[in-house]
Write a protein that binds this ligand. Structure first.
Ligand SMILES: *Cc1c(COP(=O)(O)O)cnc(C)c1O
Length: 429
């Protein structure tokens, strides 16, 4: 069974959401449905076999963990949410969830947003007050490469992408070398250091985070530390998991963005955590960017189910084990990796294997699997909805590319333990 998860329970006054309420399909009846037709609708939504009740094509899709689809438990959370206005901060489900996330990350307050990009951009816009200013980040960062240049358009910020000298993650030495600290008319002072964890599936060592953060806070004025923690869950899981570790990782930053719609499988939504004053201003910036919401409980409720069930329920661990198994199979067959496999991503070095990204995507498709084309080529992302059959098919693809004689190896490594087996959550589906 899954660890029990919490969700908001609808009460008729719509005024407060209780903290813990076991999921019970019978809850739906006698909620706020007055007519027979309403009741039939509700029952059809919860009991029927819908897209919410199957993993669909996600089980064969290795493109990203964003392909995960929301499950029946998340649907139940939506059915049981309160439906009050969030712009006036009156929705108990949303308020409770924000408080819950602030608590989980060791911050004072939190703000629900629609996407990770919105979370990063709202946080940066909030942190940057008076130009000129620049943001220092890893040259591979999502905020630099994947957010349509938002920080330049929305903040007018200069973004300085730094190539990590160790090829893996930024260190204090890298930061010191590129930071603009002088109070000088020629410089564009660094006002934000934005780190990313995980970055390309790799984990930033906590020691380097501590060193950079301490340095940033010693400056006058202190440099704002932002974390793009879209996949911070994965880094925490790789560091033995648990909510205590989440606090450890998040507390070193002034603002953190976390996503619910990647490996956690919620339909949408991200959160920004920070101080009360920061979140108060971020709420204005969210509105300015068109992200103010009405009945936000429909987003907060499944997001909370996702945190409790997928992160606290330990489902990321299994996905990471499968990723490591896949990675070891590729290497055993003579393949090289472009990045180490530290969480749920395997980066195949396609060039070393003598195959183009296009041909790789073709071979994957022939095997009934999906891989990205045109970008992020050679990246295999494992998530909790990948099925065992997909893992077998992927091993077939490896064999096809690398031409290894490996039936015996496969049996030796995978046959006994079958680490991908447990990946199907039997209770849900
Ligand atoms: C996915 C992701 C985001 C946010 O992306 P959205 O698609 O806007 O939700 C931000 N940073 C990183 C590192 C991501 O992987």
């Amino acid at each position: 069974m899954f660890a029990p998860f919490q969700h908001a329970h609808l009460d008729h006054s719509h005024r407060r959401a209780s903290r813990i309420s076991p999921v019970n399909p019978d809850d739906v009846e006698g909620s706020n449905s007055n007519t027979r037709a309403d009741r039939d609708d509700n029952e059809a939504v919860v009991v029927g076999s819908t897209a919410w009740h199957t993993r669909g094509s996600a089980q064969f899709d290795f493109r990203s963990d964003f392909v995960t689809t929301p499950n029946a438990a998340m649907l139940k959370a939506i059915v049981n949410t309160t439906l009050c206005d969030d712009e006036t901060m009156e929705d108990p489900t949303t308020n409770d969830f924000q408080e819950y996330m602030a608590g989980l990350t060791g911050h004072e307050d939190a703000l629900l947003v629609l996407s990770g990009t919105m979370g990063n951009q709202v946080a940066l816009r909030t942190a940057l007050a008076s130009p000129p200013y620049s943001i220092l980040c890893d040259s591979r960062s999502h905020i630099l490469r994947m957010e349509a240049g938002g920080a330049a358009t929305l903040c007018g910020a200069l973004i300085q992408g730094v190539v990590p000298s160790n090829g893996h993650h930024l260190t204090l030495a890298d930061v010191k070398k590129h930071i603009a600290l002088r109070d000088d008319i020629y410089d564009c002072p660094t006002r934000v250091i934005s780190l990313e964890n995980t970055l390309s599936g790799t984990v930033m060592p906590i020691r380097d985070i501590y060193e950079i953060s301490e340095f940033a806070r010693r400056q006058s004025p202190p440099i704002h530390m932002h974390l793009d923690g879209a996949r911070l869950w994965e880094a925490v899981e790789a560091n033995c998991g648990g909510p205590g570790r989440l606090v450890m990782h998040a507390r070193r930053f002034d603002s953190v963005t976390l996503c619910f719609s990647k490996g956690l499988g919620a339909p949408l939504g991200s959160i920004i955590v920070g101080s009360k004053a920061f979140i108060k201003r971020a709420r204005v910036m969210r509105k300015l960017l068109g992200g103010g919401m009405r009945q936000a409980g429909v987003i907060a409720a499944p997001a909370r189910a996702a945190v409790d069930q997928i992160f606290l329920g330990g489902l990321l661990r299994n996905a990471q084990r499968v990723a490591k198994f896949i990675s070891s199979q590729w290497v055993m067959k003579g393949g090289k990796l472009a990045q180490p496999t530290e969480t749920n991503m395997v980066w195949l070095d396609l060039e070393a294997a003598g195959i183009s990204g296009e041909s790789f995507a073709d071979i994957m498709e022939d095997a009934g699997l999906r891989a990205f084309r045109g970008r992020l080529e050679g990246r295999i992302v494992v998530h909790y909805q990948i099925c065992g059959e997909a893992v077998y098919a992927l091993l077939g693809v490896f064999k096809n590319i690398l031409g290894a004689e490996d039936e015996k190896d496969l049996e030796d490594l995978g046959g006994k333990e079958e680490p991908w087996r447990g990946i199907s959550p039997p209770v849900l589906w």
